[in-house]
Write a protein of this length. Sequence first.
Length: 318
Amino acid sequence: MNLSILIPLLNEEESLQELYTWIIKVMQLNNYTYEVIFLDDGSTDNSWSLISKFAAENPNIKGIRFMRNFGKSQALHAGFAKAQGDVIITMDADLQDSPEEIPGLYNMITTEDFDLVSGWKKKRYDSVVAKNLPSKLFNWAARKTSGVQLNDFNCGLKAYKNIVVKNVEVSGEMHRYIPVLAKNSGFNKIGEKVVQHQARKYGETKFGMERFVNGFLDLITIWFLSRFGKRPMHLFGAMGSFMFIIGFLLAGYIGVSKLYHMYNNMRYNLVTDNPWFFIALTTMILGTQLFLAGFLGEIILRTKNNEERYKVASELNL
């Protein structure tokens, strides 16, 4: 099978018929063997009814429906697990991603041997204040932190080799960082393609300004996981040991100073009258806690079990 097209969605009934027709037209013009997997992330409108209709008339149309809204990352995780195509394309369901871009993305994977190709919405039709400026700041921070030189991390239109999606674990809200996760898994040939961005035709965006706050927090998380996720003791243990040694040396200096004053019959105050005593004590306590945090992190890594992150209500043609 040439292509698997994954479409996560939430309450997009108005755009689904047009999107479905457009995708099928592109598939037929290019003679692709394909599957389209609609990932219904707990829609409360008639989205699933439309997907069921598409699946009934076309066996290449498949669907996964969550019992409630679990998030885009979980939807993609479920889709990646089911995808059978040699190349996997992800795109949003709001018609802002054009299916006409699929052949170009597919060719970059198959002929130029990229592991992953990310779309770049160079010309956007979103609000400048609400999306464009925060997006540019977010992408700049992501490039500096991750080392992956993409202009648009958050573009939903991406193409992957099958082996990439089968080896990348997408959890939480990490869908925007799949290129970083792929790089951390050893897939280094990551490309970018300028794609057409269209103004939203129906409804309103499901994402607010909070996605940028969450995005920066996720960026910190993924930076930590990429560097210390497999060895938390290297960070917490080192910091804890350093702080404990500093505190111990301060405490030792205070103790030796007091003994010196006692031995020479010099006037001295109680140890607790010295503010450095409390600084030394606090530093040693914090150092011990950080060391234990690293130790517990190592234990958790070696004993953790994979837990179910979402509940599937029903599937179509899968």
